[in-house]
Ligand binder design. Structure first.
Ligand code: FES
Length: 350
């Protein structure tokens, strides 16, 4: 079997697939070579073993501890990657993964006290790090707040029970259920008041969070208000949320290539190698503009972390929120990360 893309050079064999919740599965992978990663990092996965579609998934296993490399995936109704991984992939199949990526990791944090906040599938890097910290740092004290819709949605429920039994002095887990909500402190949405009451020593902890973007933003605001030093706050950046949540796309309908019209709400996206123009909403990301007009682009993390959407801009008016994986030479040549490039005016790509 040949490597589908140089971005994913690591071939791994599926050992088994374990269902965690009604819509989340953990895929256990046998890695025949040495695979280096830090707890909390993610990898790109080649979907259907093709080079066209990559998706980013956290490695939910822990280096040096887990018998398998694992990814834990929630099936999304319209998610091509998650449907393939959870419904089609079976033991014996092969997957291709990138090298481990990402900076959301506790591996290089010199601290003993942690508060980990997760919502839904955001618990995957948290489990990777909690398992690793408990095994490698006897002085670690970890409090986990895990927000779920209801008790059926607790990912890794068996392993949480095991860890709580093994490390009763070091680990505290609070599962916050959205329903039923009888007004108790551990029910309903996380608020600043609940956080302050549940973690009165929050200022003395490193705070790490992963979940939907809005959840993480709330956590950051609450932590800041409660006096957590910015240097002690970390959140995961990549997301599998669909681009159609972008505000600029609410009313947008892709134009027919070559017949685009420009107005004050739109800008022109020119594609030099196609000699084609597209009219796209001002403020849209370059990635969304390309995907909506069916231009080829690979995007795995959608958050300026993985580098898979690298695109060369010849000229244009735009801003960038991340250049994380670009070299100085690539920046000099006009490369941007399409997911992290917002269009302010007309633009021409190679
Ligand atoms: S999709 Fe990962 S950097 Fe853009």
């Amino acid at each position: 079997m040949t490597m589908p893309t140089t971005l994913c050079p690591n071939r791994m064999q599926v050992h088994s697939v374990y269902q965690e919740t009604p819509d989340v599965w953990t895929i256990n992978l046998i890695n025949h070579d040495f695979y280096i990663y830090d707890p909390g990092q993610f990898a790109l996965v080649s979907i259907e073993n093709s080079g066209d579609t990559l998706r980013a998934y956290t490695l939910s296993s822990s280096p040096g501890l887990s018998p398998f490399i694992t990814i834990t995936v929630r099936r999304l109704d319209n998610g091509m990657g998650s449907n393939w991984l959870t419904q089609s992939v079976k033991p014996g199949d092969y997957l291709w993964l990138s090298d481990a990526q990402g900076e959301f990791s506790c591996a290089n944090i010199a601290h003993d006290n942690y508060l980990m906040l997760a919502a839904g599938c955001g618990v995957t890097p948290i489990m990777s790090m909690v398992r690793w910290l408990l095994a490698n740092k006897p002085s670690a004290n970890i409090k986990v707040l895990f927000n779920v819709r209801d008790e059926q949605q607790v990912i890794f429920s068996r392993e949480w029970q095991y860890l709580l039994g093994q490390y009763p002095q070091q680990l505290q887990l609070c599962i916050m259920q959205g329903s039923p909500d009888r007004g108790e402190i551990t029910q309903g949405r996380l608020t600043q008041q609940k956080l302050a009451a549940l973690v009165p020593d929050i200022q003395s902890r490193v705070v790490m969070t992963c979940g939907p973007a809005a959840y993480m933003q709330n956590v950051q605001n609450f932590a800041t208000e409660l006096g957590v030093d910015a240097a002690n706050f970390f959140m995961e950046r990549f997301s599998t949320e669909p681009l159609l949540s972008e505000p600029a796309l609410t009313e947008y309908k892709p134009s027919e290539a070559g017949k685009s019209t420009e107005n004050s709400q739109t800008v022109m996206l020119k594609v030099r190698h196609q000699l084609t123009d597209y009219s796209v909403p001002v403020g849209i990301s370059l990635l969304a503009a390309m995907e909506l007009n069916k231009l080829p682009v690979v995007a795995a993390c959608r958050a300026g972390v993985c580098g898979s959407c690298k695109t060369q801009i010849i000229t244009g008016d735009y801003t960038q929120s991340s250049q994380m994986t670009l070299t100085a030479e690539e920046i000099e040549q006009g490369y941007v990360l399409a997911c992290s490039c917002q269009l302010r005016g007309n633009i021409e790509i190679a």
